[in-house]
Design a protein around this ligand. Sequence first.
Ligand code: FE2
Length: 429
Amino acid sequence: MFDLIIRNANLPDGRKSIDIGIKAGRIAAVERSIAAQAGEEIDASGRLVSPPFVDPHFHLDATLSLGKPRMNVSGTLLEGIALWGELRPIVTREELVERALRYCDLAVTQGLLHIRTHVDTSDPRLVTVEAMIEVREKVAPYIDLQLVAFPQDGYYRAEAGIEALGRALDMGVDVVGGIPHFERTMGEGTASVEALCRIAADRGLPVDMHCDETDDPLSRHIETLAAQTIRFGLEGRVAGSHLTSMHSMDNYYVSKLIPLMAEAKINVIANPLINIMLQGRHDTYPKRRGMTRVRELMEAGLNVAFGHDCVMDPWYSMGSGDMLEVGHMALHVAQMAGIEDKNRIFEALTVNSAKTMGLEGYGMAAGCHADLVVLQAADVQEALRLKPNRLVVLRRGKIIARTAPRIGELFLEGRPATIDGGRDFVPAV
Ligand code: FE2
């Protein structure tokens, strides 16, 4: 009756010792105990089984380019943009494809099977777009890749910004991007938001803008983005990425802004690793954290997701394709360490990101795609603490990656572990 059964799984919603029956690439049953047998069975042994991680904000065209053509000495956002501007004219399609595929291999082993990547459209050659379209096709059997037309150097500010973005969309890019805070003036930033939302409405596409990625509390393009979203009837299809200026905004202004964002059903994407690394750079002390107001936005009912943004590129020399590393940083920066807080952080890495990307058939319910990850952790709390190995990764009911369990971890999976020498380690209470 089933092709595969995962037995004795703990689910992200807290249910324990659940069996998951899989048939024809979909989840067919999620029950306490499935009596039927299957050709293949996986014993999860009381470990967490989750839908795959979803990264709604990444830069696959720049990833793994660290050190080319040189390192980012100041470590700032602006030097990163300048450095990428040096690399972009000399980068080849072959190199872009090779780096992106290498990252996608890493992502699969981390249980990351859905990625929305911004693709720079500032170079009129559009070799980045050609390469990422090729990658989207190549990885389709195991990763859903969404492409955003991203005018990194400004829609109006770059010489061929308007024309190149339109051409990228004609080539089959999925989402309309933008970067209003990087246009020459606030006024041009505002105009770019309107123009890009109009394009999205005309073409029936979603919107995802790098928006207000600055410490300037007067960078308020998110207000315009929300208003234009309502004006063009794009509610629920628009994402505001970063929104770091909200960290520094006046509280009274934010008390008006957040309800407007909720009315527009804006999907919020914070990028905790990058935000904590790049924001507050002009501060002495105290230094601002810079990440947007995650807890307040969640409490107001907005859909808040987290992105990895960068891995070993001109902006960020760290990163591992592990969305739990992103969640780990998020809960520290947002100071969300309670049990319910951590559940919400985990949702931001999975279901909230899936909603942002508009994924079909995502989740743990019967009828969803059998895309699942068995983690070496007992529950969500432990997964966020340990960033454990992804023991088994399934795509459409087929195993596509396995990783051996780590050994020697103390307190792993909520029980004593064996440490070197074979002594049973008993935690002191
Ligand atoms: Fe980004």
